[in-house]
Design a protein around this ligand. Sequence first.
Ligand SMILES: N[C@@H](CCC(=O)N[C@@H](CS)C(=O)NCC(=O)O)C(=O)O
Length: 444
Amino acid sequence: MLRGVYRLFSWEHSYFSGKARAYLRYKHHCGDLGEGYEDILATPELIEGLLTPRSGSGAVPQLEAPDGTWIQDSSEIIDYCEAAHPRTPVIPDPETLPRQCLASYLIELLADEWMVVPGFWERWYFSEEGHAFSHLRYNEQQWGSVIAPDASGEQRRAAGAAFFEAAFGISHSRTRPKGVYAGLVHLGVNERTEQAWQASQHRILEVLEAHFSIHDYILGGRPSLGDFGLLAPLYAHLYRDAVSGFALRTHFPLVSEWVERTNGENALNARRYGQRLYSLNENGNLVGRVANTDGGEWLPDDAIPETLMPLLQVFFQEMWPVLSDASAVLGAYIASDAHRPDGELPGKTFTATPGFEEQQTGEGPLTHPFEIGGIRSRRMVVPYQIWMLQRLNGALGRSLATPTGRSAVTGLVEPFERGEELLAMDDLLAGCKVRKRGARLFSS
Ligand SMILES: N[C@@H](CCC(=O)N[C@@H](CS)C(=O)NCC(=O)O)C(=O)O
């Protein structure tokens, strides 16, 4: 076990920081993170002088381990810490818990790379001029506090506002989209698909509201990778941002309660993991009991909660066709003359990667048609998603290696249309292998 303090570089308002932070907090709370971690605001000074030189990207979160190892990416942060601190795992073992393991990875992928679209949309739509509800001022403040941390309150907000104009062209977001607004277009959001993305998000929230009525976490009474994955869209964008946060608390109170529980701060009513509830015995003395559902454990016998199946259904119906098509398009691009062997690939999720705009926009070779809610549109290939699929496939391979594992996994995916395609992922991924070095991606 590594001794010493981890350093997390993050922003409170960042999608993937919420995921990594809650994970570290949970491990620390379980006494399974050595001497714990310090959460450090990733100011522009640190991004320029430390994060970018170490990883090749200024994206947050990034983690420095006590021995100086540098880790960029929320999923790699979790993988690294799980290997270094295995006592209270958050990823079910692929050999003994193959179904729960697969469900965890699928939900993480759905949350990280599909729900990102409507989550990202909520933040920026309600920061535009002209809508009945706006969280622009709050959003300026939360960004300004990172951009100009030493300035006065008003100046911090002004710094946020100036940044939104310079980087995102917020006053002309619809006519000349730039930065985050261009990113939404690259990911397949436009006036025709906007409502369908929203509907996808509502469908997921309804499923979760029903699930959290019965179970405290995704797999039962203890958090797992799927919970931390889901916290990415649900914490910074859907819970904290004011307009979406109001809607979430109003329409999905159980999901809101789960956000507090999984984030693990200010969560007394929400029953943070490991919390005890107390009664009084006949002598008036306090007697404690486990507060979380399911005895504070994942469901026994590798069971998948029935209420989780509709969430996996969303994955197979909406996201899997996109991942499958994107893999083929990426494979063709890697094999083409436009790409040199082992050359660099776009690394970003939220927007086309600088240097790859031509390939990832319009009808470029790294774009493809897709469908959301029955509406056809076009979006960019995100090679990082293929890297995530590879990572998932590594665990899946271990599950499929034994007859019992194979039969468990087959039973889980069989009910879904195209579900069994997952079992042949080796073939799908053979032509589009992606290597990750720091934050940069390369074909391999
Ligand atoms: N896949 C990465 C994504 C990291 C990411 O995109 N972070 C965003 C904030 S949530 C960011 O820093 N964007 C700014 C940039 O890319 O420079 C992860 O899981 O950590």
